[in-house]
Design a protein around this ligand. Structure first.
Ligand SMILES: Cc1cc2nc3c(=O)[nH]c(=O)nc-3n(C[C@H](O)[C@H](O)[C@H](O)COP(=O)(O)OP(=O)(O)OC[C@H]3O[C@@H](n4cnc5c(N)ncnc54)[C@H](O)[C@@H]3O)c2cc1C
Length: 500
């Protein structure tokens, strides 16, 4: 028999693929993670960025999904307290929408079905007596506060891929799988370098297709689709970013007349993130863009609740992603399940498994179940091992920040916080031995130093400008054109050095 390169090849470097690669590498398998573009370049960087049970899914009786997700919320917070943190949500009661008793009941369930330990429970709020009411229209008299978690979504993907690599996996970005073929009890995969076009083949004993919105396309290209393979439903969701519209660390969850909900969330210090929409989508997943109707919907959703009004002119940035939902035959996109299906293609000698649907929140359990199916339950490990940088004492981020600010007293306070939030304990990797800002290499501009970029290239698989400005960070929102230009000049040199 021909030599096999890997035990497992995972196609797709979104949250599901990265999570599966990490779990598999931790169970001792030799793993290749194949990503056609950059890690998290598709749906996993375009989410609302919540690790949540999904309050509104209770309305669709998805109790099992909500329970699992809420349990996972506590676990993930423990694994990565630097990039995941609790966020309070204010839910104004609107007489024209769901009755007060229904919200109270929903929140009671939310508080109790998911084994809540560290995250605060819900409580009723009187807006006349609380600062939460300061920005809302007078029609809101009372409401609720409850908690979920916020996550830096694309960093969650990168940290999973990094951890997979630390545990021995090979991570190939800008490498597309263009064909998979079963051969003599293993899989041969043809890979294409998406920058240079060069092709090569690798083989693996097992393959997981975690290509998100492309999951069916990957099968079709290799003529591996079959009548029993589940269908995917593509649903576009868009967000807009405007200047900060309210003070405080809390978010608002706004009920809409069509029964959907829209969030207004404090974002990146100076901004408010408003989303999301839901529209069935037929186009190419990578081309998804916000439509005029979505802009109108999101502005109207915000304006229905807040005193200060916004229009299209207030939008500073927007992003859109495509949810790869498992098609359960529901008419409305809103009620289509957010749960996932793991399909085993049993007709082949060598294992092939495709992932349909899912949420960021459930990626770790999804990965665990994929590996259980491939190699059995014995080696489960991922619930107890911190992600890179997440080994923060007691998970106490503010205490950690205080220590790091003292240790690296030469850093401006905002930079210290940014490094701690993005890299957690891994900030020591590029700050160790530095006593002064001049020890961090070239100052590229706007508090961006060469040492950080070196780290991103060396350890976080960053290769291009957008990898750094929009996925490893959200510096794209903060830095000047001059800084962007300077980074664009320096980055290829750093990439070149790293590849030597
Ligand atoms: C608007 C919106 C809001 C959301 N909000 C939340 C939220 O708040 N909380 C939550 O838990 N979930 C949320 N979700 C859901 C969550 O974002 C997705 O379930 C999740 O990101 C899907 O991850 P994935 O890995 O399956 O897909 P993706 O992230 O799309 O990854 C698939 C990857 O496969 C790669 N690929 C495709 N074809 C190939 C190929 N041939 N070879 C190699 N690589 C390939 C792609 O480039 C891509 O990077 C939201 C989704 C959307 C769209």
């Amino acid at each position: 028999m021909q030599k096999v390169d890997y035990d497992l090849c995972v196609v797709g470097g979104g949250i599901n693929g990265a999570g599966i690669a990490r779990d598999a590498a931790g169970r001792g398998l030799s793993v290749a993670l194949i990503e056609a573009r950059d890690l998290a370049s598709a749906t996993s960087s375009a989410s609302t960025k919540l690790i949540h049970g999904g309050l509104r899914y209770l309305e669709y009786f998805e109790f099992q999904l909500v329970r699992h997700s809420l349990k996972e919320r506590e676990i993930l917070l423990g694994l990565a307290p630097h990039i995941i943190w609790p966020l309070k949500f204010v839910l104004p009661h609107d007489k024209a929408q769901r009755p007060f008793w229904m919200l109270r009941l929903g929140l009671f369930l939310y508080d109790h079905i998911g084994g809540r330990k560290t995250i605060d429970g819900s409580r009723a709020i009187d807006f006349a007596a609380h600062q939460y009411g300061d920005y809302l229209q007078d029609k809101y008299i009372k409401g609720f506060e409850y908690s979920d978690c916020w996550v830096q979504d694309s960093r969650l993907v990168v940290l999973n891929a990094m951890d997979a690599a630390r545990r021995g996996a090979d991570v190939f970005t800008r490498t597309a799988c263009v064909n998979m073929e079963p051969q003599d009890g293993h899989w041969t995969l043809r890979l294409r370098d998406t920058d240079r076009g060069a092709e090569r083949s690798i083989n693996a004993k097992m393959v997981v297709n975690a290509a998100g919105p492309w999951v069916s396309g990957v099968l079709e290209e290799s003529a591996l689709d079959a009548p029993d393979v589940p269908q995917i439903r593509l649903v576009k969701g868009s967000h807009i970013i405007v200047k900060k519209m309210f003070e405080g660390d809390h978010a608002y969850i706004l009920q809409q007349p069509d029964k959907r909900i829209v969030f207004a969330i404090p974002y990146e210090g100076d901004y408010t993130l408003i989303g999301t929409t839901e529209e069935d989508y037929q186009g190419a997943p990578a081309e998804a863009k916000i439509s005029p109707a979505e802009i109108e919907y999101l502005c109207a959703a915000f304006n229905r609740s807040f005193d200060e009004q916004i229009t299209e002119d207030n939008i500073l940035w927007s992003y859109s992603g495509v949810r790869p939902l498992f098609d359960d035959g529901e008419d409305a996109a809103t009620s289509t399940t957010r749960d996932y299906v793991l399909h085993e293609h049993k007709e082949y000698d060598a294992p092939l498994l495709s992932v349909f649907g899912g949420k960021l929140t459930t990626y770790r359990v999804l990965a665990e179940q994929v590996l259980d199916k491939l190699v059995g339950r014995e080696g489960r490990w991922s619930a107890g091992a911190a992600l890179p940088g997440g080994d923060i004492d007691g998970g106490d981020f503010e205490q950690f920040l205080l220590q790091q600010s003292q240790r690296y007293a030469f850093l401006p306070a905002a930079l210290s916080r940014r490094y701690a939030r993005a890299y957690g304990t891994a900030m020591d990797v590029f700050l160790n031995g530095a006593h002064d800002l001049s020890d961090l290499g070239q100052h590229i501009g706007d508090d961006v130093y060469e040492a950080e970029i070196q780290y991103l290239v060396r350890y976080e698989f960053a290769r291009k400008l957008d990898d750094i400005l929009w996925r490893r960070s959200k510096l794209g929102l903060h830095v000047s054109e001059e800084t962007t230009r300077a980074l664009n000049v320096l980055l290829p040199q750093i990439v070149q050095q790293a590849s030597q």
